[in-house]
Design a protein around this ligand. Structure first.
Ligand SMILES: [Zn+2]
Length: 145
């Protein structure tokens, strides 16, 4: 890795199914079989009911911005060409999970609560990253002006 190479995640055994799903362009979250809560990042004990049985549930890759920040100072030299950029916490639709990643949007148009779609960004044969972009506007049905 050179100074200009961005580091890639090294999935833990616990999180591997999350990354396997991303590689298939799907979003799957750990879901407790005791209380049905979706958990991210993955855990060995459910934070709500202390259950230990989980499945990996496919969820809709959309959500709403819970909060965001604009990064003006690159954390490492490899990110220098990208600044300023937005990082957002996104509430994933239909779950209690909140994911953190880049929000690819004009910085002056980002708002808390804005709807976003998750996009898959293949970074290597093993790793597909996820980012967010503003949700595509709803297509009006026929008959609407
Ligand atoms: Zn639970």
């Amino acid at each position: 890795m050179t100074e200009t190479t961005k580091p890639l995640p090294i999935p833990s055994e616990l999180a591997q199914p999350f990354w396997d799903a991303l590689r298939e362009n799907e979003l799957k979250l750990q879901q407790c079989q005791g209380c049905s809560v979706h958990i991210h990042p993955p855990k060995i004990i459910c934070p709500r009911c202390h259950g230990r049985r989980f499945e990996w549930a496919r969820v809709k890759p959309t959500g709403h911005v819970y909060s965001y920040t604009i990064v003006h100072r690159a954390p490492i030299p490899a990110f220098k060409p990208d600044v300023p950029y937005a990082v957002a916490l996104v509430d994933i639709e239909g779950t209690e999970a909140r994911l953190l990643s880049n929000l690819l949007a004009p910085l002056d148009q980002i708002q808390v609560g804005m709807p976003v779609d998750l996009v898959f960004d293949k970074a290597s044969d093993d790793i597909t990253l996820f980012r967010f972009k503003p949700a595509a506007p709803a297509v009006p049905s026929k008959g609407e002006a």
